[in-house]
Ligand binder design. Sequence first.
Ligand SMILES: [Fe+2]
Ligand SMILES: [Fe+2]
Length: 275
Amino acid sequence: MSIDIDRSAFITSLGGAAAVAAMSHEARADALEDFSIHALDEAVDQAQAAGRTEQYPTAAEVAAHDEGRAYRRGVGNLFASPGPTKRLPPMPAKPTLADFFNLRFRPANHVLQSATRAMKTGMTEEVILACLLHDTVQALIKVDHGWWGAQLFEPYVPEKTSFAIRYHQALRFYPDEAVGYEYPELYRHLFGSDYTPEPYIEATYQMVRKHKWYMEPRLVTVNDLYAFDPSAVVTIEPFTDIIGRHFKQPKEGLGFDNSPVAHMWRSIAFPDRPL
Ligand SMILES: [Fe+2]
Ligand SMILES: [Fe+2]
């Protein structure tokens, strides 16, 4: 599977460069998440070159945009992507993790690039696998995706990998200079410039900070970058061996093994089912 980032198609899909420049912070943030990051950065650069200075919304301004939306911000990409839905390709009878990547998580640029970076920088296989999987549950649901994602993968991956997936979400809000991790620019758009994480996030961070496995989720955040090389071609293939060694693929196929999370895989496989 190859990934093509078509910049002009992306900007066109948002109504052209002028329309992108005129978008609200919150709409831009949504686009940042849902589409190619680079195309949007370019449009923002154009806007800045035209004399507009970048300003972040406050948390209250972000919350004000929750009124009147067609769907809630926390819903998964498969269920509420902007634009008309497209018919999904059918899943094989016994789907594997690679099938989900190719047919439901795609284009999955962000996680593939994170895992590619983790591999290049010599991370452990558990961390590389965590990077590969860390945001894929956002096809199903975005809110608290660390916890949802860990649950989705827990029966099939090493404990360190699910630990890393579960806690990367909370650690994203807390810089760690020792490893070069800074607070993400994107979050000033997504949450507001004066946002402070809820107490449960703070408590989770404090717990993980002292945990012997702190570096597992921390290394996911280190590889969780949005500044990607748009010319990089990333595919699932380089990770086939790591998946083979560490992902316990059920012989019945994901969704049909009667595991406690099988229904979550089926929901991703069949998002058009009315019940
Ligand atoms: Fe994440
Ligand atoms: Fe991520």
